[in-house]
Design a binder for this molecule. Sequence first.
Ligand SMILES: Nc1ncnc2c1ncn2[C@@H]1O[C@H](COP(=O)(O)OP(=O)(O)OP(=O)(O)O)[C@@H](O)[C@H]1O
Ligand SMILES: [Mg+2]
Length: 261
Amino acid sequence: MTKIYAIANQKGGVGKTTSVINLSAYLAASGRRALLVDMDPQANATSGLGYNKYEMSPSTYDLLLQTTAVADMILSNAEYGLDILPSHPALSGAEVELVNAIGREYRLQQALEQVNGRYDYILIDCPPSLSLLTVNALTAARDGILIPVQCEYLALEGLSQLTQTVELVRKYLNPNLKIRGLLMTMYDSRTNLSRQVVEEVRKFFPDKVFRTIIPRNVRLSEAPSFGQPINVYAPSSPGGIAYKVLTAELMKGDQQQEVVS
Ligand SMILES: Nc1ncnc2c1ncn2[C@@H]1O[C@H](COP(=O)(O)OP(=O)(O)OP(=O)(O)O)[C@@H](O)[C@H]1O
Ligand SMILES: [Mg+2]
C-alpha cells in the first residue's frame, strides 16, 4: 500500500524541501518506489534535483487545473531512481484560478489516485503557508504529516496554528490525517539552545518527535546547487548520514504500524 506523507510547516526555511529531497532519495536508494510531489511555487525541490523550474510544463500547476493526465506529468529520474511531479512558478496563480471550483481541496488527492499502487512512498513538499496548496497536500496525505522544526529560538511558535489546520483538515477533508512525526532540523551541537529546543518540542509533543535529529551541515545546503540529493553529493557527511538514519527510522515505524493494523 502506498504511503502518502505531506511535509509541511507554514514557517519558512525550516528544512521542508531539504527533507523531502533527501528522504525521497534515500527511500529510492533503499529500493522503494518513490514519488516526490512539489507543491511549492518556489519549486525548490524541483530545482534542487537539477531541473530548470521555468521549463517544467506540465507541472503541479496543470495537475491542480486538471488539464493533463498525471502519468504524463511524471518525470522519471534514472540517476536517482526517483519519480518527480515538478513544480513551476505558475503554481502561485492556481489558488486564485480555483477560487470558485467545487472540490478544489481534493484535486491533488484525486490526481494521486491515478497512480495508486505504483509507489511505495509519495512525499509532498509544501510551501511556507497554510494556503490551498498546503490544504491540498494535507487532504492527499493519507498517512499523515511530517513537520520539520528548526532548532532555534521560538521554534514552537506557529505550531499551534499548524496543528489547528491539521484538526480542521481532519474534520472536514481527510479524517485519517495525523501527525506522523516532528523532525528536528539544523541542530547545532555547540549550543545549549538547540538542546533546549529539542527538549521543549519533545515535552509538547511526547512520542511524536523522530529520534533522528538532523544536524546543521553545510553539505546539505550545498547539494541543491549541484542538483543532487545528499546521498549522491556527500553520503558520508553528517547530514547525509542523518537523513539515511531518518529514512530507516521512518520505514521501520511504517512496517511496525502495518504489522499492528
Ligand atoms: N540541516 C541543514 N544544515 C544546513 N543547512 C540547511 C539544513 N537544512 C536546510 N538547510 C538550508 O536552509 C535553507 C532552508 O531549507 P529548506 O529550503 O529545506 O527549507 P524550507 O522549509 O523548504 O523553506 P521554504 O519554507 O522556503 O520552502 C536552505 O538554504 C537549505 O539548503
Ligand atoms: Mg521549501
